[in-house]
Design a protein around this ligand. Structure first.
Ligand code: 13P
Ligand code: SF4
Length: 307
């Protein structure tokens, strides 16, 4: 696609967005051109907060399926569009309702905390939801000692190092973040000895152990803005680098691994956003009974806020 075509498509999207009274929400891992046309770019927590508050008629969610579902859970009176319905999160699919029910039977008395990277149906089976920005705070707020944490084992492991509660992780993982290896960090530290290392808590524990900061993608944006350090090694999905460079032109951002790409996030393109706004499809909805149960878990999280 030429720059000219991209610019024309971006213009057409913005025109149609006004006509439809739509808001475009984009996750920090989206392609640069999508971030650039979005009304708001953020992490999962910030995007849910925006989705809960917007007065737009239509939410165009540039992210993955569970994010659009969460927007619908919070704002069922809006049309929620996910420009490519195949944009799912493989980690979210690693826990099913049946599997979770079985595990709950094995662990009576445990409170179920589900990472927002889960389906609405799994949220409906959980007591409270969390994101990487508030997982520790959510768990610390609970009046229980045993926590079944689904579906990310590495976020679960990380949280267990920050609390005295017993965190029992589900064996899910993010196929993108596990591509970041300890060797990537040690090599880059040698190359950039002055750099700070920030990583996402979905990384393996061996990678987390080598980091200076463990942050959600929104936390990384804040850290980059506030730190005096001028070089930052970034251990998360590579889409993050676009926003960090745009907001901090004087600083240098080095991806921990160029291989850390989330292919499903990259399914959302200018073309698919334009088509989605034209056709008002694909719409994401959640059956009302599931939505109401899932909303209890999501609302509890929103009350707790950022960690
Ligand atoms: P954040 O909530 O930190 O943006 O993470 C979402 C995600 O899917 C990470 O892989
Ligand atoms: Fe899911 Fe990983 Fe992609 Fe995040 S980066 S949406 S956890 S597959």
């Amino acid at each position: 696609m030429t720059e000219n075509t991209d610019a024309k498509m971006a213009e057409a999207i913005l025109r149609l967005k006004e006509q439809r009274k739509a808001i475009i929400l984009a996750h920090n891992y989206q392609l640069g051109e999508i971030q650039d046309i979005a009304d708001f770019v953020g992490d999962s927590l910030e995007l849910s907060q925006k989705a809960a508050k917007t007065d737009a008629d239509v939410i165009v969610f540039c992210g993955v399926h569970f994010m659009a579902e969460t927007a619908y859970i919070l704002s069922p009176d809006k049309t929620v569009l996910l420009p490519d319905i195949n944009a799912g999160c493989p980690m979210a699919n690693m826990v099913t309702v049946e599997g979770l029910r079985q595990r709950k039977r094995e662990l009576p008395g445990a409170i179920v905390v589900c990472y927002i990277n889960s389906s609405a149906a799994v949220k409906a089976e959980s007591d409270v939801c969390c994101t990487s920005a508030n997982a520790v705070k959510v768990i610390e707020s609970l009046d229980a000692e045993d926590i079944l944490f689904v579906p990310d084992q590495y976020l679960g492991d990380y949280v267990s190092t920050k609390t005295d509660k017993r965190v029992i992780p589900w064996p899910g993982f993010c196929p993108t973040h596990i591509r970041i290896q300890p060797q990537h960090i040690t090599n880059l530290r040698q190359e950039y000895p002055q750099a700070r290392v920030v990583v996402h808590p979905e990384c393996r524990p061996e990678v987390i152990a080598l980091a200076d900061e463990v942050l959600s993608t929104g936390g990384m944006c804040r850290f980059a803005r506030e730190t005096e350090h001028e070089e930052i090694i970034v251990g998360t999905e590579v889409g993050m680098i676009h926003r960090l460079r745009k907001e901090n032109p004087g600083k240098r951002f080095i991806p921990a691994s160029e291989q850390a790409i989330c292919p499903r996030m990259k399914l959302i393109t200018l073309e698919s956003v334009l088509w989605s706004l034209q056709e008002m499809t694909p719409e994401v909805k959640v059956p009302e009974e599931t939505r109401l149960k899932a909303k209890v878990a999501v609302d509890k999280m929103l009350e707790i806020g950022r960690g």
